[in-house]
Design a protein around this ligand. Structure first.
Ligand code: FAD
Ligand code: NAG
Ligand code: NAG
Ligand code: NAG
Ligand code: NAG
Ligand code: NAG
Ligand code: NAG
Ligand code: NAG
Length: 510
């Protein structure tokens, strides 16, 4: 076979490799997803990935798959220095396309990213609906970690689009797990945290392509905190809030379907594109905000102003779109990507910390008011806190979706909370100063906020947006029956625990 020479050379490293290397997140050098791994493989096919897992199984070597490293903290692997990483970028086949009048399916391999699939589908008049997250990450990585968009009306867990998940188990055998909500194998595979083994392929649900509008309103903070928050979100196909705590404002963003012939505009969204001048200005200001509250107040004011205008360009000629609503094709409007000639903010050394916790949406007002009280408590001490991120604090929502470890399951809870109406997610990114100890202005505030919410609310953590410390604190809120059921499936798939990770160790399913 064509790949066998490459595999032999690669596998030769198993016995000889003694050097040690960090495996980094999308933020690059200095931002390890895994502190010290022995080898990083770049297989070009599913067969090659299977061979690597078989070799690892034979020598009891820990293995993790990785897509684009679009995660924030050092929680991808375990801390075992023998770990190998299988980088899936080169395994990106798309096959089995079939589309009927209402829906269809397609099979993707581990390394296929959202924008690769979106482009493939758009050329064929199809789309993946609302099961979307950021552009440059793999669908398999998003499914593995329970990633989601924001909607109470439509299914918005990426995993909700999966019809079959094919996982390479701890013997190096591909198991095809078919959607079946009474089967624990499926309920575990749906948000597997990579602990059942690398996802090799996913059969994914698709829909005929459609057009959407995007609209945005500005709301007073007091009106949101005291309103029926569901009513701002639930009517729309997808919707979210962005919070500007210093200015006491929210942006309400929402999207819904329009007839294809309503407008010829082809809006293309970008959340992270930035010019070099913008980047240097923002970084200078935010860096001074490490010690000066006034810089952060100015930053939030500038970011809020920029964010009030559409963050969309016309796709056909890259001109700026200045008026709401914006119209365009589903993927372009909901996600988009990079504008030509620009880079994402992290490529200009604008990096963030983050925190994301989900709470039943029935507690939405209580949650946001509690956070407001924490901001106010700082103000009372003479310390003004702000958002330090260019899109503010992201408040997302999730319709219930049942699996064992997702953030929005609603059946058989042991926490006594009512998740049946869905969840609100508090997603709090913040600027990471580039100098000194890299800690934020009033750093203890962030830790106190996390601990307070975890202790006072039935919070479920996002699996790639929280530190080890936040995950540890969150364990007490997880459903012990779900953890046991997941652990039982994991033991079947991976009896020797070669797919272990820090997350799996913290939640006690290894
Ligand atoms: C800028 C940005 C925006 C984001 N936006 C959102 C958002 O809107 N909503 C949301 O929920 N999340 C969001 N995320 C988080 C993101 O969805 C997840 O971290 C996702 O897992 C990243 O996918 P990846 O391909 O980059 O995986 P990686 O970062 O490479 O891996 C993440 C984890 O998944 C595991 N994994 C990866 N591939 C596989 C595989 N084939 N089989 C088994 N396990 C695998 C890895 O071992 C690791 O534990 C965002 C992240 C970034 C950086
Ligand atoms: C990994 O290597 C470091 C440095 O030698 C060592 O301190 C650490 O204990 C090792 N970790 C494991 C789990 O072996
Ligand atoms: C990585 O692990 C190896 C093997 O345990 C160890 O020799 C090395 O010191 C570690 N390196 C770091 C930076 O921890
Ligand atoms: C996607 O990420 C890779 C790094 O993994 C980077 O080289 C590439 O430029 C990114 N592409 C886009 C369109 O963001
Ligand atoms: C779904 O899973 C259950 C439990 O494993 C099994 O009894 C049932 O036959 C499965 N249904 C289908 C359609 O395969
Ligand atoms: C769009 O198409 C529908 C159905 O073909 C038609 O009834 C409608 O008039 C069209 N609208 C516009 C604005 O052209
Ligand atoms: C770009 O295209 C849009 C839509 O076709 C058009 O309205 C606009 O005038 C164009 N702008 C430029 C600068 O060409
Ligand atoms: C909920 O619990 C009941 C009773 O224990 C069980 O039969 C059912 O399968 C569970 N449902 C899910 C989705 O876990």
């Amino acid at each position: 076979m064509a790949f066998s020479t490459g595999v032999t050379i690669l596998l030769g490293l198993f016995s000889t490799c003694v050097f040690a290397i960090p495996y980094n997140t999308f933020d690059g050098v200095g931002f390890p997803a895994c502190h010290n791994v022995s080898t990083i493989y770049h297989p070009a096919s599913v067969d090659e990935m299977v061979s690597i897992v078989q070799q690892a199984a034979g020598s009891n070597t820990p293995v993790r798959a990785s897509g684009k490293g679009h995660m924030w903290y050092d929680t991808m692997c375990s801390d075992d220095n023998n770990t190998i990483v299988i980088q899936t970028e080169g395994i990106n086949g798309i096959s089995g396309f079939s589309l009927g009048s209402a829906e269809g399916s397609v099979t993707i391999e581990a390394g296929v990213t959202f924008f690769e699939l979106a482009e493939y589908l758009h050329e064929r008049g199809a789309s993946i609906g609302y099961a979307l997250v950021n552009w440059n990450m793999t669908i398999a990585g998003a499914v593995a970690m329970g990633a989601h968009r924001s909607s109470l009306r439509e299914a918005s867990m990426v995993a909700a689009g999966a019809m079959e998940i094919h996982i390479i188990d701890g013997t190096g055998t591909i198991r095809q797990i078919v959607r079946n909500e009474t089967d624990d194998d499926w309920l575990a595979a749906s948000t597997s945290l990579g602990l059942l083994g690398p996802i090799a392929r996913i059969k994914f649900k698709i829909y005929p392509d459609f057009k959407l509008y995007a609209q945005q309103n500005i709301l007073e903070e007091a009106d949101v905190l005291n309103s029926e928050i569901c009513g701002l979100i639930a009517p729309y196909a997808t919707a979210n809030l962005w919070w500007w705590p210093y200015l006491r404002k929210f942006h309400q963003r929402y999207y819904d379907v329009v007839p294809t012939n309503l407008s010829s505009q082809q809006g293309f969204q970008s959340t992270f594109s930035i010019t070099e001048v913008e980047a240097i200005t923002a970084r200078t200001l935010l860096d001074s905000g490490k010690i000066l509250a006034t810089s952060n107040m100015l930053s939030e004011t500038i970011f809020y102003g920029i964010w009030s205008a559409p963050n969309f360009h016309e796709k056909t000629n890259d001109s700026t779109i200045s008026d709401w609503p914006v119209y365009g094709w589903d993927y372009d409007v909901l996600i988009g990507g990079l504008y030509p000639g620009m880079l994402p903010e992290w490529d200009y050394n604008l990096r963030g910390y983050t925190l994301e916790l989900a709470v039943p949406v029935t507690l939405a007002n209580k949650l946001l008011n509690r956070i407001r009280a924490l901001f106010d408590a700082e103000t009372a001490k003479g310390i003004i806190m702000t958002s330090t991120y260019r899109s503010g604090i992201n408040i997302k929502f999730g319709r219930p979706y049942n699996d064992l470890l997702g953030q929005v399951w609603s059946i058989n809870n042991t926490d006594g909370a009512d998740w049946s109406k869905g969840a609100i997610m508090f997603d709090f990114p913040s600027f990471r100063p580039t100098w000194g100890d890299n800690l934020r202005f009033n750093e203890p505030f962030y830790h106190n906020l996390a601990t307070t919410l975890i202790n006072e609310f039935p919070c479920r953590p996002h699996w790639t947006k929280n530190t080890r410390d936040v995950l540890k604190q969150s364990v007490k809120n997880l459903d012990s029956v779900h953890l046991q059921r997941f652990a039982a499936v994991r033991a079947k798939f991976d009896p020797k625990g070669i797919f272990k990770s820090v997350v799996g160790e913290i939640i006690g399913v290894m």
